[in-house]
Every structure is written in C-alpha cells, then in structure tokens.
Write a protein that binds this ligand. Structure first.
Ligand code: DGY
Length: 323
C-alpha cells in the first residue's frame, strides 16, 4: 500500500519495477538535465534515493537531504559516495554485490581471448577487405593453457575469474589485502603484489577503489611486469595511473592492456590510450548484459524497500548504521 514516504528516482527502471516503486512511495524522477540546485531541492524532503543522482555524493549532498534514510545504488562500486559522511548521519548506503559477478568474470576471460587470439585484429582484417585482397593476415595468436593469470583482488569476482581460468588450463595467482585463502575460494597461490606482477602473463584487477588503492598500478609496478605481459582492468579506472600505463604501452614496457574502465569516463575523444593499437578499450560494459543490469536494478529496489519498511536490506555497505 502506498504511504507518504518520498523517494527520489535517479535511474532508468523497467516498467514493472517502476510500477512497484510507484505503488509503494511518492516518487519524483530526476530529470537528466537537472541543475545542481534543482537536484538538491528535489532531495530536500526525501527518505530514499534510488540510483545515481548527478552530483557528488558527499557531506554537503547528505546535508541537503535531512530526512534521507537510504541511498540505494544500482552498482557494486560505491567509491563515488562519501560513506563515512552517510554513516555519521545514520543513512544506509546499499549496493548490488553478487548479481554481476558472472558477467564481470566473463568479460575478463573474454579479454584474455581478445588479446591472445587477436580477435579484434582479425575482425578488422576481414571487415576492411584485407582478407579479400590477399593482404598479410594478422600474426597468429597464442594459447592460454599454462599461462599465469595474476589476480589483484580475490573477492567474489576475482575468485570467479580464477575458476574460469583454471578450467581453461591457466595457472592463477592472487594478491589481496588479506593473505589467507578465503573460504570456498578456488585453490590458488598467494603472492605479494611485486611477485605477482613479476610472474604473471596477465594481470587482472578485481579490487575496490578505496583511497589507498588509487594508482595501485603505476610506473613502478608496470616496470615489474614482464615485457610480454598484459594488464586487464574491469574494476575501476583510477586503480591504474593511466598516463604511466599509456607510456608503458608506447615504450613496450608491457605488451598491452585490455581496459573496460578509465580514470575519467566517458573517455575524451582521442584520449591517448584509446588510440593505441595495443590497448583494447571498452565502454564500461563489464556488468552490461540485459539480465545482469536488470538483476542489479531489482536488488537496488529490494534494498530501498527493505530500509524504508524498517527491515535489514540484503546488501548494505555500512551495516553499522543499524547498531
Ligand atoms: C559496478 O557495479 O560498480 C559496475 O562498475 C557497474 O557496471
């Protein structure tokens, strides 16, 4: 039954999900062209926000919404939210872990195939008539069996990538802020970060963007990688110092990179890294399947409804608010 609770919707929702939301709450939708002051006035009396308001979600943002009880994001990442500021104000932040694990792991493995089987070069060769005109074919690819995949971050997604890679015959190493194999994780060898970088043929990032993880991979770390190795990033752009990576790709410090995320998104037109032939760049599509994106929005809605109904949500980022 509809109640008087007000919710600010900053997300495109499927019709059935929107109907469910509208049936329960007084909903106002964010206009994509709304100015900062319009957004701040729209959230002034809401108890819930669903999605990603087009503003930085910091202390000032939360001060502008004194009745706010829950900010429910339709993403697993929440690096763009000042969680401490929200916690101090008793606001629950929710995210969508779990439902996108397979989609992200699948894209990571796809990137390994894109690199090793030269899929993009081959597709371009045919599309641009090179094959038809008898031009030299792109170089042969390489096998992945026996190659070493170093996973930086061994949570849900890192573990799922390890399972897939092992099934394909790769050896997996992992590094995280903890060094004990998590319960239920696929058996893999732990390495300190420097050792993992030195030993891996592919280094793949699967860690949160915490302030201490910013530029976790910079010039020093790239120098430790093999000249034949590739860096894969499906996690967050600022984990990597993009200008150092661009230099390393140009100078041959490493062989290449496959990137789904960048320091600034969308990337600028002619952003140097997107112009390199040894950088395979994608538009933040790791969770971008119909099924996964819907599951993320469903979970975000469930989180919102739970908090506004006085229940524990399935995926709070700051459960300490409930203590
Ligand atoms: C997330 O959920 O944080 C992803 O980056 C969205 O695609």
């Amino acid at each position: 039954m509809k109640n008087n609770q007000k919710v600010h919707l900053a997300l495109q929702l499927e019709t059935d999900l929107k109907e469910k939301l509208n049936a329960l709450f007084q909903v106002t939708e964010e206009n994509p062209d709304a100015s900062k002051s319009e957004i701040l006035s729209a959230i002034a009396d809401v108890e819930g926000i669903l999605g990603f308001p087009n503003l930085s979600m910091d202390a000032d943002f939360f001060d502008a919404a004194p009745n706010l009880r829950v900010l429910s994001l339709a993403s697993v990442g929440y690096d763009f939210v000042d969680v401490d500021a929200a916690t101090k104000r008793g606001i629950v932040i929710c995210n969508t872990p779990g439902v996108l694990t397979n989609a992200v792991a699948n894209l990571t493995i796809s990137m390994i195939f894109i690199i090793t089987r030269k899929l993009i070069e081959n597709e371009t060769f045919v599309r641009t008539g090179g094959w038809a005109r008898g031009k030299p074919a792109p170089a042969l690819g390489t096998d992945i069996e026996g190659k070493v995949l170093g996973l930086i971050g061994f949570g849900r997604i890192g573990q799922e990538v390890a399972r897939r890679a092992q099934a394909l015959g790769m050896k997996t190493l992992w590094y995280d802020v903890f060094d004990t194999l998590p319960d239920g994780a696929p058996n893999s060898d732990y390495r300190k970060l420097d050792n993992l970088l030195e030993e891996s043929d592919f280094v793949s990032l699967h860690t949160n963007l915490s302030p201490s993880a910013r530029h976790l991979i910079g010039e020093v770390q790239l120098d430790k990688m093999k000249e034949t190795a590739y860096l894969i990033n499906t996690a967050r752009g600022p984990l990597v110092d993009q200008s150092s990576l661009t230099k390393a790709l140009k100078s041959g410090t490493i062989a290449g990179a496959a990137l789904d995320v960048f320091e600034s998104e969308p990337t600028a037109e002619n952003e140097p890294i997107t112009q390199l032939t040894n950088a395979y760049c994608f538009a933040h599509i790791a969770s971008g399947t119909e099924e996964t994106r819907r599951a993320m929005r469903e979970l975000a809605l469930q989180n919102l409804i739970a908090v506004l109904s006085g229940n524990h949500p399935p995926a709070p980022v700051n459960p300490e608010v409930f203590k």
